[in-house]
Write a protein of this length. Structure first.
Length: 537
């Protein structure tokens, strides 16, 4: 019996190792190797085949490998045969080896393109044709095996999917939040292969990853306690006076109400804040499904009108019983200041069919110890740096899908086998996860004012947007704990999803301050819900 935790040698993966050696045989032609080296490789393949046949459980499929080796003996070393490509496609659906071969082809093209001797022109054309065949094979493999991820050099799709969502505390379907703290946000994202900006390159290791990129537009809004009633105002000596021509407060009454809100909000509550942005996202997945990551570069404005406008639209048209939100003019950097933020998140698979610790796919004996078949455990790690949020954190998550069966926004690979029971088919097209996260806050501009590590000082001699009210550094809770869960369902070419996030402790606590009225006291915890959809192109 094989142990649960073990690291297999290459010999235990004869198909992958043989494929690598076979492709090395062909690649050697591109770097100037000839018959002597070819014979050495073929001899090594023969001896390796003898070793493989001695392994218990070796399948009859190795006969096809033996036939392939015999065919290679009679081939021109500068030809990539159809049999080799078919072997890779059918036996080893792994683009890494093709990616390495393509890189060697690119190297040869760049090496000889500008050399004068005429003999190389025909050779370059042959290599280019081989590269095109490789590209086509890569695209076929990754389309079958991955959702939207593709090889960086061969992907060329203008629009892969459109992803959009709206966050709102009302989506908690409870009366906990009352339109305060993170009250709402939105994002519209377009996934594409046409934004291939590579700031860093890691050599051959980059061939182990599949990619896609995105362009996004979004906004976030944060508010203190904003509600009031006629009874509250009248009982607290606040002027309540309606103008019959406008059916709204008179200017005197409006000034009185705003002063009332300001006095209480600025005792122990958070400031108004907003961030609107455009950005670029990049999603990466390791070919074996053990690791994925994504990052966003957001550029925009803190203190612009988007937060106020979106909240006004929601209150006017969606929740018609809500009142107008006052005092947005007191938000962080009102009028707008340039902001840029870099966000990065990685997830490491711990327990799944393709994982670092227990690999059930390649160790059948370990399946006996698996409690649930569709449980995939992973560890998320996140980091953000910029003039909006600077923080670091991590956690642990559980999902019914592995990284290979979803994309960066957790859309699911569509399963539509007619022979499956309806409930079974729905389950295979459903994504469910629960995730705990810890976050250490270094700086939060939505609470402390504009800054990266520390708040910037306002310059009275400049025309920059200043902040009327913000919290002190000592008021910020630097250690936050949250729990989220999400469910998404794929229906043909669309995924719809719902997510709920709850923070277990306050983002801030003003020491020694207490609001005059109880309703202005911040909640012990809060959260928000997210509704969204992805449209697959």
């Amino acid at each position: 019996m094989k142990p649960i935790f073990y690291v297999p040698l290459p010999l235990w993966y004869p198909k992958f190792f043989l494929c690598f050696v076979v492709l090395l045989l062909h690649t050697s032609s591109l770097i100037g190797q000839e018959d002597d080296y070819k014979q050495v490789i073929l001899d090594r393949l023969d001896s390796l085949l003898v070793e493989i046949e001695s392994i218990e459980g070796a399948s009859a499929s190795y006969d096809s490998i033996r036939i392939l080796i015999n065919e290679l003996r009679n081939q021109d070393f500068r030809e990539i045969s159809e049999s080799t490509i078919d072997f890779i496609r059918n036996e080893i659906p792994d683009y890494r080896f093709l990616g390495g071969l393509r890189a060697n082809a690119d190297y040869e093209i760049s090496k000889y393109r500008y050399q004068k001797p005429g003999g190389y022109h025909g050779y370059i054309e042959e290599v280019q044709k081989k590269r095109e065949r490789i590209d086509g094979t890569i695209r076929q493999i990754v389309t079958n095996d991955y959702l939207h991820y593709d090889y960086h050099e061969t992907s060329d799709k203008l629009l892969k999917y459109i992803h959009l969502y709206h966050d709102n505390d009302v989506f908690l379907f409870s009366n906990i939040n009352k339109d305060r703290d993170y009250t709402g946000g939105f994002r519209l994202e377009f996934a594409t292969d046409r934004l291939k900006i590579k700031l860093f390159k890691f050599g051959k290791r980059d061939h182990n990853y599949l990619h896609y990129q995105s362009f996004l537009i979004g906004g976030e809004g944060y508010t203190p306690y904003i509600r009031f009633t006629e009874d509250e105002l009248l009982s607290r000596n606040v002027l309540y006076e309606i103008d019959p021509t406008t059916n709204f407060f008179t200017q005197r009454s409006l000034d009185s109400i705003q002063n009332y809100l300001n006095r209480n909000q600025q005792l122990a509550d958070r400031p108004f804040a907003s961030f609107q942005y455009i950005g670029r996202g990049k999603y990466k997945l390791h070919h074996n499904g053990n690791y994925r990551r994504w990052g966003f570069l957001k550029i925009g404005k803190v203190g612009g009108p988007v937060g106020e406008n979106i909240q006004a639209i929601i209150h006017n048209d969606l929740t018609t019983g809500s009142q107008r939100v006052l005092n947005w003019s007191n938000q962080i950097a009102n009028g707008g200041r340039f902001a840029v933020n870099l966000e990065w998140k990685s997830e490491f698979s711990l327990l799944s069919e393709n994982s670092y610790i227990v690999n059930f796919k390649k160790n059948p004996e370990a399946k006996k110890y698996r409690i649930l078949k569709h449980v995939n455990v992973y560890v998320p790690v996140e980091f953000a740096l910029g003039t909006v949020h600077t923080h670091a954190g991590g956690g642990i998550g559980i999902s019914n899908k592995s990284f290979l069966n979803t994309n960066g926004t957790n859309d699911v690979k569509f399963v539509n086998y007619r022979g499956l029971h309806t409930i079974r088919r729905i389950w295979l097209n459903t994504y469910v996860n629960v995730e705990y996260n810890y976050r250490h806050v270094i700086h939060n501009s939505m609470l402390e004012g504009m800054g990266i590590i520390n708040p910037f000082e306002d310059d009275p001699l400049d025309d920059e947007a200043v902040t009327v009210y913000k919290l002190r550094e000592e008021d910020i809770n630097r250690n936050l704990h949250s729990l989220s869960w999400q469910i998404g369902i794929r229906v043909k070419r669309m995924t719809i999803f719902y997510k709920q996030v709850r923070l277990f402790n306050k983002e801030f606590s003003v020491e020694g301050a207490k609001p005059v009225y109880e309703e202005f006291q911040t909640e012990k915890w809060y959260g928000y819900g997210r509704l969204g959809a992805s449209f697959i192109m």
